[in-house]
Design a binder for this molecule. Sequence first.
Ligand code: FES
Ligand code: FES
Length: 170
Amino acid sequence: MANISLRVNGKSHTVDVDPATPLLYVLRNDLDLQGPRFGCGLGQCGACTVIIKGEAVRSCIRPVSTVQGAEITTLEGLAVNGKLHPLQQAWIDEQVPACGFCQNGQIMTAKALLDKNPTPTDAQIRQGMASTLCRCMTYYRIQSAIKLAAKTITSARNEDSEQKGSEVIA
Ligand code: FES
Ligand code: FES
């Protein structure tokens, strides 16, 4: 056992665990964050995905000791001041989930994808999401929701820069 320091969704935590413990177990069992799911436990399905340093990471196969000090974002960290992230809103608008089990991984993988490429093509979405599995076959709705979120994020950015531009002129 060892004291491990973690930064999760902007908060610092110290946990006393075996350093080899998968990050997923610590998030769910020690920090009570139930967004990341245990699916395969083998790094193959994506249900446990979190974001670390901008990358979608499968937390079921990541020893907790290897992510000390890194900023970790879970599904719980996406909403800001009670306002859902555009992806979460798009998931509702497009009524994406069926059983819902995989959807943490879908949203977190999509978040990492849009952070890197805010205007992905259909092919880029399919490629970026390809290894995040859904037994309920919600893939078409996932793709629609990602496109909707991309539109929302892009128009919010455009409005923001227009506003800043008019402030500079004024
Ligand atoms: S539970 Fe982590 S990839 Fe399946
Ligand atoms: S919604 Fe059921 S596994 Fe994806």
